[in-house]
Design a protein around this ligand. Sequence first.
Ligand code: AMP
Length: 280
Amino acid sequence: MLRTVTTVPELRGLRAAAAGPVAFVPTMGALHEGHLSLVELARRRVGAEGTVVASVFVNPAQFGPGEDFERYPRTLSEDRELLRGSCDVLFAPQTAEIYPQGTPGTTVRGGAAASILEGAHRPGHFDGMLTIVCKLLNIVQPDLAVFGEKDAQQLFLVRAMVRDLDLPVEIVGAPTVREADGLARSSRNAYLSGPERELAGALPRALAAAEQAAGAGAGAALRAAAEALAAAGLEPDYLELVDPDTFGPVPDGPAEGLLLLAVRLGSTRLIDNRRLRLGG
Ligand code: AMP
């Protein structure tokens, strides 16, 4: 049975009563199949005896001025219905429950990887994200927490925080769930008009083109992705290859690379990424 709680003491009470392992899936709500795949992975990891906790909290601290905090979709009753089958506890606090003093004076600041790519385009975003993830991990105290590879830079930074600050939790990455044309599921897809949704198919096409070209090296992969976006009239906010283990430059010669891109479609910003085996 799904229990919905809105306060930290209630959540802590349920945590203290949990006999088996606890798995946690933090979200901002407007749940879709991508989120549900994380919840299902969490369930597989802890089994029927364990407890799966999901949170729905649209964290103001990770939105910059002029971003979509106000219009971010809020669909809590639908979210609750979707979670009913696979989740035990839904934590859905109000902003004042999480930030009773307003903007917190103590925050988590990510390392160098927090200020490149998404971090360069959304100053402060990752510090806001890391701070809320740290708070939620301290509130829920799970044995493991599941994050999507869809937000690869976020996953990298969360793993780094857990390692750097010795947080006692296992971070589990989950594969990206996609639409039929390959577009990654995202709560922000709801913003897209019909024609924008058509154009958004260029993102997975760009990633596929890069994969096709990857055998010829990093430059070829980047060129192929850029050409696929340009063919749809799209210019990315960024399109970059990094070493997935460091988020630094990919070494010369054969290597694993992570291609990341962000594209603006009207007022909507979409991100995606793909691991590539680079030749050359
Ligand atoms: P969000 O609600 O967008 O903050 O996402 C909450 C969690 O769901 C994050 O760990 C995301 O990486 C993950 N997520 C979002 N979209 C997808 C997707 N299409 N496939 C898998 N995981 C996802």
